[in-house]
Design a protein around this ligand. Structure first.
Ligand SMILES: [Zn+2]
Length: 80
């Protein structure tokens, strides 16, 4: 018997200085959300990747459009 499914994993990439469109907060947290195809509960293939910003103040979540992703990523504090 083959057990397969999908699993979603989120990774916090960092805080960016962008205004929230929902409240007055000037900071958003960027997350990378990966949807995995799993086989026997082990993630095998990343099916889709999307980036979202979450406001730490009002919890509003927004998708980052692909054409804005590079710009948003450039706002992340330089680590590593
Ligand atoms: Zn907000």
């Amino acid at each position: 018997m083959i057990i397969f499914g999908f699993r979603r994993r989120g990774k916090r990439l960092g805080v960016i200085a962008l205004p929230c469109r929902n409240c007055a907060s000037g900071q958003l947290v960027l997350h990378k959300m990966t949807r995995w195809f799993t086989l026997f509960f082990i993630p095998i293939i990343p099916v889709s990747v999307r980036h979202v910003t979450v406001c730490p103040n009002c919890k509003a979540q927004r998708d980052v459009p692909r054409d804005q992703l590079e710009h948003v990523k450039s706002l992340l504090p330089a680590t590593s």
